[in-house]
Design a protein around this ligand. Structure first.
Ligand SMILES: [Zn+2]
Length: 317
């Protein structure tokens, strides 16, 4: 048991964790509530509780990896700020948790961790280079180059969701306009459907929207698209065209060809895939056009804990 490691994914509502052996076998999984509205002490207490739940009696893990949404300092010791944990600023997570547990702790951004998870045990296993991205409320991503995470000079590399794909485009949550996230995320899909309905377009979404606007979600739009609703399909296809631009741009910049897609909206990727692939291949140099591959995530919601486990393993080996 001395080679066991722990991977933890800190989300806004739940903290999920898993105990792994060094071969990426998941031995045990558990979770606790985040209590994001509370402060540093409560989060440390929650993490200690989770680690104790994961470690069996009389065993201690060799190291702990933690993936968390937000900006982490370049030394990977401090969470500078997080959209999911707005009360925490300059939170010295590594130092505080190591003081409680006496186990080495390693931090990484959650999307980067998910990319590492796919590299260790998912759709990226055996690939040297790929971009992993999540299609959800926003678009997060992590970049693997030469078999390692590339996090950049300020730990913010791989911000695929904020590539500009439309100079005069929609407002993005980052403050810029025309980002990929503003045109191809779940939020963008809802916005496009809502705008079309407001403009008077006929769609089976109209009765759903009139009944309760909150029911207009990427899932309901996907289901209507599968039933043949033209507007729903059009909205997904529009998002797919922007994704293709983003993928082509990444290929031009880095000469990489593998892309792994995860996140809640990727469940509807079957109606986007052909357009994303065809238009990305059309946009890149001929030498790359038959080499672009788009894979679905194999680990789904567990990519983050696998990646945090891999981080824990790599940092001590
Ligand atoms: Zn943006």
């Amino acid at each position: 048991m001395e080679n066991c490691i722990i991977g933890i994914d800190v989300g806004g509502t739940m903290i999920k964790g898993a105990l792994f052996d060094s071969q990426a076998t998941l031995l045990h999984k558990d979770s606790v509530e985040t209590h994001a509205e509370k402060g540093e002490t409560e989060l440390i207490d929650s993490l200690v509780t989770l680690v104790n739940l994961l470690q069996k009696e009389n065993t201690q893990s060799a190291s702990i990896g933690i993936g968390i949404a937000g900006v982490i300092d370049s030394k990977k010791t401090t969470l500078l700020e997080s959209p999911n944990l707005p009360h925490l600023h300059n939170f010295q997570l590594k130092k505080l948790l190591e003081a409680e547990l006496h186990i080495p702790v390693f931090l990484e951004n959650d999307a980067n961790c998910a990319a590492l998870g796919e590299l260790w045990s998912g759709a990226g296993k055996g690939l040297e280079n790929f971009l992993f991205f999540t299609l959800g409320t926003g678009i997060g991503s992590g970049l693997i180059l030469n078999g390692s995470l590339w996090s950049g000079e300020q730990s913010k590399a791989g911000e695929f969701g904020h590539l500009i794909v439309q100079p005069n485009g929609a407002q993005c949550g980052c403050g810029n306009t025309g980002c990929l996230e503003a045109h191809a995320s779940g939020t963008a899909i809802i916005r496009m459907a809502r705008e079309a309905l407001s403009a008077g377009r006929y769609s089976s979404l109209k009765s759903i929207y009139d009944d309760n606007p909150d029911l207009l979600t990427p899932e309901t739009i996907y289901l209507e698209a599968k039933k043949g609703d033209a507007l729903s399909l059009e909205v997904y296809h529009e998002a797919a065209r922007y994704l293709a631009i983003g993928i082509a741009d990444v290929n031009y910049l880095l000469d990489i060809h593998h892309f792994i897609v995860g996140g809640g909206v990727s469940k509807g990727f079957d109606i986007m895939r052909d357009i994303v692939l065809a238009q990305a291949c059309e946009r890149v140099f001929t030498v790359s056009s038959d080499k672009i591959r788009i894979h679905l995530s194999r680990l789904g919601n567990d990519a983050g804990i696998f990646g945090a486990g891999y981080l824990a393993k790599k940092c001590i080996s």
